[in-house]
Write a protein that binds this ligand. Structure first.
Ligand code: NAD
Ligand code: TDX
Length: 335
């Protein structure tokens, strides 16, 4: 199988490429990534000489390029997106363009080039915000996005389903909870807090730290995407979750404890506007239909993640001081 992965230089996409090439030795992957601030070729430098891997720098909104690339593709796995809620609050333009228009371009290319199988990677945030005692989201929960990011992802989900109903495009969708693990850009809460502490800086908790997120280790998410691609029913959506609901304050205290730091390192800062209180996922459908469930226990996954950031200081220091942009430009121009 020849697969087009979009956004494969980002956090989840780069972990997916490693996961897939290790497991399916006969498959090959083309990685189409625009290398925005979030794309980092260092995540994939070990694959440079792998015959089954090819990188193409390009934008998913570029119709000509996308149509050219998909000609001999059997499956599209679509990760590319603007992904950070705080950035979408500051400026939503890039989010609408990449997440909605970019998805539209890919769907049309899939439709116009032989109805290519299309898996769309989405998020729990499209369902809105839960109260403390509400039941977790499931596939039947009504959409209620509340940030420009989640609204743009909701728009992309609707488009993907519309192409299934209208054009019979063979699609599936996954809506997953908060991922963590190696290579996550240190703007997201877990890598931001770990790297701040490694630099002896305080960790900024928004509001009172009462908001709840359901954490899933990135390989568990990617195993879920794998299960949907191999066993999922065409046209269906699957919710994926980590069984690890935590308030941000409890998460912060766990990170502090594992890194031998005290609570004096917490700095309470202004809350995020429109901050969703709680996300949680009911993944019964994925468990029953696909036999998928998360395997990595949160404490183990967090320890592994902290160890990764400790052992890969140059990776995140280059990001925090901006040098990674020079690195990947130089690296890319070698090709
Ligand atoms: P990320 O920001 O780390 O990576 C996104 C990648 O997409 C980057 O490499 C970037 O260069 C690329 N990209 C952005 N715009 C592009 C464009 N126009 N053309 C080509 N490439 C472009 O994001 P992530 O955390 O790895 O998330 C990947 C996907 O998973 C996203 O669709 C996101 O909505 C979804 N998701 C993320 C989480 C999470 O917790 N991080 C949870 C559920 C779903
Ligand atoms: O400095 C911070 N302090 C803080 O308290 C940051 C960056 C975040 N937070 C809080 C906000 C959230 O309640 O931590 C929680 C997690 O924040 P993020 O890491 O920004 O993730 P979130 O907003 O929950 O969205 C993530 O999960 C779903 C991803 O960024 C999305 O791409 C994914 O769809």
């Amino acid at each position: 199988m020849k697969i087009l992965v979009t956004g494969g230089a980002g956090f989840i996409g780069s972990n997916f490429i490693h996961y897939w090439l290790k497991k399916y030795l006969a498959d090959s992957i083309v990685n189409l990534d625009a290398l925005t601030y979030a794309g980092n070729l260092e995540n994939l430098c070990d694959l440079e000489n792998n015959q089954n891997y090819q990188f193409v720098k390009g934008d998913i909104c570029d119709t000509g390029l996308v149509n050219e690339i998909v000609k001999d593709i059997d499956l599209i796995v679509h990760f590319a997106a603007e992904s950070h809620v705080d950035r979408s609050i500051m400026d939503s333009g890039d989010f609408i363009r990449a997440n909605v228009e970019g998805t539209r371009v890919l769907l049309d290319a899939a439709k116009n080039n032989g109805q290519i199988r299309f898996h769309h990677v989405s998020t729990d945030e499209v369902f809105g915000s839960l109260r403390p005692n509400d039941k977790p989201f499931n596939e039947k929960t009504a959409y209620d996005p509340r940030s420009p990011y989640s609204a743009s992802k909701a728009g992309s989900d609707h488009l993907v389903r519309a192409y299934f109903h209208t054009h019979k495009l063979p699609i599936t969708i996954s809506n997953c909870s908060n991922n963590y693990g190696p290579c996550q850009f240190p703007e997201k809460v877990i890598p931001l807090f770990i790297t701040n502490l490694l630099e002896n800086k305080k960790v900024p908790v928004y509001g009172e730290g009462k908001n709840v997120r359901d954490w899933i280790y990135v390989d568990d998410h990617n195993a879920g995407v794998d299960a949907i691609i191999k066993k999922g029913k065409i046209g269906e959506t699957y919710c994926l979750g980590g069984d690890s609901e935590l308030t941000n304050l409890a998460l912060t205290k766990k990170i502090l404890e594992l890194m031998d730091q005290g609570e004096d390192m917490i700095e309470y800062v202004a809350d995020r506007p429109g901050h969703d209180l709680r996300y949680a996922m009911d993944y019964t459908k994925a468990k029953q239909e696909l036999g998928w469930e998360p395997k990595v226990n949160f404490a183990d996954g967090l320890l592994k993640t902290i160890a990764w950031y400790k052992h890969n200081k140059v990776w995140w220091q280059n990001i925090k001081n901006g040098k990674y942009l020079e690195y990947y430009k130089k690296n890319y121009s070698k090709r």
